[in-house]
Design a protein around this ligand. Structure first.
Ligand code: SF4
Ligand code: SF4
Length: 371
């Protein structure tokens, strides 16, 4: 039996009626069912990627301001959110993360909504959410996202060096996992201490939830692998980068783990999530890099849906259907070529297939063009 297709609204970049794309993006949300997603007075998490310092591919704040305005109009109380990164950069703790976001134009003064880092100051403010997945029985999601009444994920669609494709599933699953969750997604983790970098400060000893780390008489941290359960907290805790991540997980498993975190992030929010995806400035790499390479296809437009799987599939298909841009890594690619797989070397469609298997949505969709 063919599953019922999900509705994906599509505002193409071409504005035949000469209407602002800001207004059109807001209208898409409205038409996708914003009012039914938001309860009067409800706290609404607007999940974003604020972009690493130096990156320019993230969603333009003028669109986010419009999303905030529409949420308020619908009776909600919006806040902007993302969780801290695992890697050291400009977003690995809430202070740096908020500073980076403000530098990129996401401040109360411009957006008129507060910014709350979902997993708190150091990435430890997270909630264990049970999931029935192939890899995890529970996932740790930033508490601000878990405790919000509703969520709107605003996504910049792009390629990704590890997952092939960066869409709404990646934005929500990897994005809202706390730092240790990100570690668990990325690796079958056994922490390794680099003795030369270790100052024996014992910060990791204090943070390890199962007391698996001790400082040896030689003044170096040592991990008891019989006790360690691979949560990754010590990597996040070490201020000297003395504990290494092991990036062993293959791309298929990584995508599945991300999807299980999506299941955790949307648990309890049935009918309370909405997705807005920008298929614009489609860079070959993630916005976590401190640069943005040339877009691989022309700007295509904006999508909205209540179905996280359908909106990703639609975005993927629209990029596949476009012609690669001269001067980009998509140069020479024809309409119909799978740009993401060709550029990244990773088949990024496993996430959508697994998300469908997990009941998070459907890859079958009706694309409804909206002026
Ligand atoms: S990975 Fe987690 S359990 Fe293992 S040593 Fe580090 S903090 Fe402890
Ligand atoms: S936190 Fe880092 S530097 Fe400090 S004891 Fe642990 S491994 Fe060594």
């Amino acid at each position: 039996m063919t599953p019922t297709p999900a509705k994906v609204l599509f505002a193409p970049m071409r504005s035949q009626m000469k209407r602002s794309m800001i207004t059109r993006a807001g209208s898409l949300l409205q038409r996708a069912g914003l009012k039914s997603v938001i309860a009067e007075g409800g706290l609404v998490a607007i999940k974003l990627h604020f972009g690493e310092q130096g990156n320019t591919g993230f969603v333009n704040p003028v669109y986010v301001r419009e999303v905030v305005r529409r949420v308020k109009e619908a009776g909600g109380r919006p806040f902007l959110t993302d969780a801290n990164t695992l890697y050291s950069g400009e977003r690995s703790n809430a202070v740096d993360h908020l500073t980076c976001a403000i530098h990129h134009g996401f401040s109360y003064a411009t957006i008129e909504a507060p910014l709350i880092i979902a997993d708190g100051l150091n990435g430890r403010d997270a909630v264990d959410v049970p999931v029935s997945g192939r890899h995890f029985e529970s996932v740790r999601i930033g508490s601000a996202a878990v405790n919000a009444d509703a969520m709107i994920a605003v996504t910049h669609v792009k390629g990704h060096e590890a997952t092939g494709f960066g869409g709404a599933l990646k934005n929500v699953g990897m994005g809202l996992g706390c730092r240790s969750a990100k570690q668990r997604m990325h690796a079958d983790f056994k922490p390794e201490v680099t003795a030369e970098k270790c100052t024996a400060c014992a910060r990791c000893v204090k943070w390890c939830p199962v007391h698996a780390i001790a400082i040896t008489p030689e003044r170096v941290a040592a991990v008891d692998y019989n006790v360690c359960y691979g949560c990754g907290e010590c990597v996040a805790a070490c201020p000297y980068g003395a504990i290494a991540s092991q990036w062993k997980t293959d791309a298929t498993m990584l995508q599945e783990k991300i999807v299980e975190h999506v299941a955790g992030a949307v648990a309890g929010k049935e009918g309370k999530t909405l997705y807005l995806s920008f298929v614009t400035a489609v860079s070959p790499d993630c916005d976590c890099w401190s640069f943005s390479d040339a877009p691989v296809v022309p700007d295509i437009g904006v999508l909205a849906s209540t179905d996280i799987v359908a909106i990703d599939q639609a975005a993927y298909d629209l990029v596949t259907a476009a012609t690669g841009l001269t001067g980009s890594r998509g140069e020479g690619m024809a309409a119909g070529d799978d740009k993401f797989t060709a550029i990244t070397g990773v088949d990024g469609t496993r996430a959508m297939a697994y998300a469908e298997e997990m009941g998070l949505g459907t890859r079958h969709y009706d694309l409804v063009r909206v002026e």
